[in-house]
Design a protein around this ligand. Structure first.
Ligand code: PHE
Length: 456
């Protein structure tokens, strides 16, 4: 275990930590994945369940990651080894693996976003938003923009947390909030806004009765994915902290911003989708792009709005991608004494290759592959990572975790104890049930759609 003081940088400003955590949380998960999942899983019922998961599981889980990270000053692998000893260290490998898998396809989707920034400038998608998406989402274009996005991520991670992440996020957060609010107002004026709000906001509980086996893991997976928990991102960020700050307050701020951005995104995406005549139940990974581009082509100064929207969306994706790569790279630095720049480059190439099939498949087959990667990552792996952490912290390292939470909270009272007990039983039980459902659901995907895809 060697840690070079120059390679393991710490936060320059007080706000740096919050900004980075928000930057990690807000990304494709809010603008692309959330509406895509909500559309597929029944609309408002999914949204309601997702909100419950965010509050009841997301908040305690994020606190688990923060306390472990700050306590140990190490990334997930080192933190697990230190908190649990011996064999827990190997479980840490899971987190590194998740990072590889997520960033590999995340970068393909983020590449589409970059492509749309260019398309907004050149007017490429005007009047043909559907064919445009089909054109750029696979093949050479997709691969090229996947490469560009990955290269940007590597470049920022190679520079170290200080200079890269903080600057990007300082610009991004206000921009996202502003653009999203403007779009919500615009969408409100659309002809089918009423039906869309109904779908998005008024839960049809009969769906829960019939489809809970897929809605529950989808909502939990979305909560984990969107909050960047379950793979050690928040452990890693908190490991750069040394001050006595109130982690509960920080968690509240991060969760509130992330959830607000997702919720507001739904408020504008669904009216646009409904008005464009895209069925909510079957939006596919490209629907958000098609519908948004269609809307931008339709409104006054649309290309400016398009550039601003896709531009901020790209930055949001980049700050999330950075956080994922940071986990992998700091693992190399902490555990093997690797050099930051070289590790970032090698990691980027490996992730790029893993994502290549997603970029290269034909457009009919691509959605299957997105599901193959994405469902495994969010519903199975992130939830598993979460379970590992919760068990370790709440059952084995509870005293240390509670002591760490108390540091920085003025009068914590019974709060740490309530938190630990919440994690010990209800959170872990719900996550285990979720995982079982997710595995069942994924298995039927593998033996159904995916087997068909392979021609079995
Ligand atoms: N939370 C990010 C998003 O919403 C994605 C992410 C997942 C980042 C897991 C880090 C870890 O886009």
């Amino acid at each position: 275990m060697s840690r070079s003081p120059t390679d393991r940088s710490s936060w320059t400003r007080r706000a740096g930590f919050i900004l980075a955590a928000v930057g990690s949380a807000v990304g494709l998960g809010n603008v692309w994945r959330f509406p895509f999942q909500a559309g597929q899983e029944g609309g408002a019922v999914f949204v309601l369940l997702y909100l419950c998961f965010v509050l009841l599981i997301g908040v305690p889980a994020m606190l688990v990651e923060f306390t472990v990270g700050r306590r140990t000053g190490r990334g997930p692998v080192g933190a697990l080894a230190e908190f649990g000893g011996g064999a827990w260290r190997y479980l840490g490998g899971l987190f590194i693996l998740i990072g590889f898998l997520i960033l590999s396809y995340y970068s393909v989707v983020a590449g589409w976003v970059l492509r749309y920034v260019v398309g907004s400038v050149t007017g490429g998608y005007a009047g043909q938003s559907e064919t445009y998406f089909l054109d750029i989402a696979t093949g050479f274009d997709a691969l090229a923009f996947h490469a560009i996005f990955m290269a940007l991520t590597v470049a920022i991670v190679a520079l170290g947390v200080r200079r890269g992440i903080e600057l990007a996020v300082t610009v991004m957060v206000p921009a996202v909030v502003f653009v999203v609010l403007a779009l919500v107002v615009y969408a409100w004026t659309l002809p089918d806004a009423g039906v869309a709000y109904e779908y998005y906001l008024s839960p049809d509980f009969s769906l829960l009765a019939s489809d809970w086996r897929s809605i529950v893991p989808a909502a939990a997976g979305q909560a984990f994915f969107s909050l960047s928990i379950g793979m050690g991102v928040m452990i890693t960020f908190a490991s750069y902290l040394d001050e006595e700050r109130n982690l509960l307050v920080d968690t509240g701020i991060i969760v509130a911003i992330d959830t607000a951005v997702a919720f507001l995104t739904g408020l504008f995406v669904f009216p646009i989708l409904f008005t464009a005549g895209v069925g909510p139940a079957d939006p596919g990974p490209g629907a958000i792009f098609v519908a948004l581009a269609g809307a931008f082509a339709d409104i006054p100064a649309g290309s400016v709005v398009g550039v601003v929207f896709f531009g901020m969306f790209a930055i949001a994706a980049l700050s999330s991608a950075i956080s994922i790569m940071e986990v992998v790279v700091s693992f190399g630095i902490d555990e093997f004494g690797a050099v930051r720049r070289r590790t970032a480059a090698v990691t980027g190439v490996a992730m790029f290759l893993l994502g290549t099939p997603v970029a290269l498949l034909s457009s009919q087959r691509q959605p299957i592959f997105v599901t193959l990667y994405d469902t495994l990552a969010a519903q199975i792996l992130l939830v598993s990572g979460g379970i590992v952490l919760m068990i370790l912290v709440a059952w084995i390292g509870a005293d240390r975790a509670m002591a760490e939470l108390r540091r920085g909270i003025h009068s914590p009272g019974i709060l740490p104890r309530v938190w630990i007990w919440l994690v010990r039983i209800p959170v872990i039980v719900v996550l285990l049930v979720t995982l079982a459902l997710a595995v069942g659901d994924y298995w039927s995907f593998l033996t159904g759609d995916f087997a068909d895809f392979l021609g079995l």
